[in-house]
Design a protein around this ligand. Structure first.
Ligand code: FES
Length: 163
């Protein structure tokens, strides 16, 4: 399995030093996996299966248990995220105000599917439930910026601000 770690270009020795520090910090404790995985995802950017196995071995937890937690929470990602994450609200208010057209425009502009990342790692696209800003519908959030009342024709200009 260490071979798989070495073959993953995102799991560099520098990254793995931080992962090992994290595992050492939680070793021999009553471990709540969620904060460990959150911190690990902050370090690496995502949680590939080989890393889940590695964490499991370090903490003496079956890899299948780690996998179960990662796949249960949508917050965790098993694929690399882009530099910017676009969250498109698919809640009812946004839906009736035309978020579908906005989403289609993003998909076609960047040849991007929901749950995927552009080849240049610039954008990842996620469809999410109500973002709690229904008064601004239709809404997308890019990183931590909320953009409300948007139309498909504005998308290109908005996204051009995010390199
Ligand atoms: S439905 Fe989109 S913010 Fe609530």
């Amino acid at each position: 399995m260490n071979g798989e770690i070495e073959r993953n270009p995102h799991l560099t020795p520098e990254v793995m030093v931080k992962v090992d520090e994290l595992i050492d910090h939680y070793r021999n404790r009553q471990v709540n996996l969620i904060p460990v995985l959150e911190e690990c995802q902050d370090i690496v950017g995502y949680l590939p299966v080989e890393l889940q196995e590695y964490i499991g071995r370090g903490l003496n937890i079956p890899g299948s248990t780690v996998y179960g937690v990662v796949t249960f929470y949508s917050y965790f990602s098993m694929v690399p995220k882009g530099r910017h994450v676009i969250k498109v609200c698919m809640g009812t208010a946004c839906y009736v105000r035309g978020i579908g057209e906005v989403l289609n425009r993003i998909k076609s502009l960047y040849k991007l599917e929901v749950g995927s990342t552009t080849e240049d790692m610039r954008f990842s696209l996620e469809a999410v439930r109500c973002l709690g800003a229904c008064g601004l519908a239709p809404v997308i959030v890019i990183d931590s910026d909320t953009h409300g009342g948007i139309s498909p024709d504005q998308i290109s200009e908005i996204l051009s601000r995010y390199e």
